[in-house]
Design a protein around this ligand. Structure first.
Ligand code: PLP
Length: 399
């Protein structure tokens, strides 16, 4: 072929990285072949299997007719959407926002991926500080923007919180963005108020944009996590991302918001969103309004996740694992027994017991000679409680 495709060079590095779930999917296919699809109990991908609440589905259905001549959606969110987010932030976190401080997004994934493009100068050796393990779009977005990821290893010895004091001065100088993810996926840990304050002070002192991905803020087991916007100083430096994917089992709706009290931080999001996209579908925005107004379905989901957690934790302990009890999220970060690697453990679990989880080394990077997921696997509490009980029963046969 004579035609030579010349990709943006930043894409090359991204294309060369394997998709972490490819290995898991291959092993899953082997297990399905061995046991049949129905036997498999899947704690793999973090996608809720529980239905979207009826009130949300109903409002979406109604919106189809109500909005029959609505035209293009308001790209930054319609008034009711933005006001509802403000009310939710007030009710849940006691954070006061104006509608103009909120922009509708297609969820935290899309928003976190795009944010580096607004703050990083390509090819200038600029950095995003990224938790490791951490959500992949933070680094993919940084690479596309022509920046460099600098990883903050999230380790048990630091109670799974980022250690800002360990970042070399050189990296701090080059840093444009700090991605904070509390509650953290996959460790399930919530940053203490002191750590949030430390993050805010670090960002203010060093002129770094704090992107706080709070998409698991509602899936907690005991105490409700704080938003970074509750912290003194965050008004200057922080952009908060949140979404309904996990709070309201709305992954298929892909809707969330970005919020900031600093108009200079919000301006590029607001302006580029208006100039690049038609916005979240109006009927989805309507569904989102009904979801954010209701706190009951989330409360119910929390008790369901708790029930699953209390079945899974002792079962894993029973086979010699050391699960980290999560504060929040629907993930359990589990240290495998010494005689296993994450991969050998997950393969045994899958190919002998039909139980799927994700090896932690696949979702964390080696950085500064350390791979934080080296001894861990991740379970997502997305299997119904009966299936979780069945998994616990099967694990009694573990030898
Ligand atoms: C830390 C984190 N942020 C964002 C997302 C995705 O958010 P959304 O569905 O709102 O795009 C996930 C999904 O797994 C996640 O783990």
């Amino acid at each position: 072929m004579a035609f030579e495709v010349k990709l943006n060079k930043n894409i090359g590095e991204i294309l060369s990285q394997p998709y972490p779930f490819d290995v898991v999917d291959q092993n899953k296919a082997k297990a399905v072949e061995k046991f049949g699809k129905d036997f498999l109990i899947d704690f793999g991908i973090g996608d809720p299997t529980d239905p979207t609440p009826e009130l949300v589905r109903e409002s979406c259905k109604k919106a189809v007719d109500l909005r029959k001549s609505a035209g293009y959606p308001a790209s930054v969110g319609h008034n009711e959407f933005r006001e509802t987010v403000c009310n939710y932030m007030k009710q849940r976190f006691n954070v006061s926002l104006e509608s103009s401080e909120v922009v509708a997004t297609y969820g935290a994934k899309n928003a976190s991926f795009h944010l580096p493009l607004y703050f990083i100068n390509a090819g200038q050796d600029e950095i995003s500080l990224i938790p490791n393990p951490g959500y992949p779009p933070y680094s993919t977005g940084t690479l596309i923007a022509g920046g460099k990821p600098f990883y903050l290893n999230i380790l048990q010895e630091n109670n799974f919180e980022p250690d800002f004091s360990a970042i070399p001065a050189e990296a701090v100088k080059k840093a444009k963005i700090l991605f904070l993810n509390s509650p953290h996926s996959p460790t399930g840990k919530v940053c203490s108020k002191e750590k949030l304050k430390e993050a805010v002070d670090f960002c203010v002192d060093n002129n770094i944009v704090l992107v706080s991905d709070e998409c698991y803020s509602e899936l907690y087991f005991e105490d409700a996590p704080q938003s970074v916007l509750e912290i003194n100083g965050a008004d200057e430096c922080a952009i908060v991302l949140n979404s309904l994917s996990k709070r309201s089992m709305m992954t298929s709706y892909a809707v969330g918001f970005a919020a900031s009290k600093n108009p200079d931080l919000l301006k590029p999001i607001d302006s580029i969103t208006r100039k690049s996209a038609q916005g979240v579908a109006t009927i989805i925005q309507d569904a989102a309004v009904s979801a954010w107004k209701d706190f009951e379905h989330t409360k119910k989901m929390r008790s369901i996740y708790k029930e699953r957690l209390e079945v899974l934790l002792p079962a894993l302990e029973g086979i010699g694992c050391k699960p980290v009890r999560p504060d929040a999220t629907f993930f359990v970060w589990v240290q495998v027994p010494d005689s296993f690697t994450p991969l050998s453990f997950s393969e045994k679990l899958l190919l002998e017991f039909g139980i799927n989880c994700v090896p932690g080394n696949l979702i964390s990077k080696e950085f500064n000679g350390v791979t934080p997921g080296e001894k861990f696997v991740r379970f997502a509490l997305v299997a119904p409680v009966e299936k979780t009980r069945e998994a616990a029963k099967r694990l009694k046969e573990w030898k």
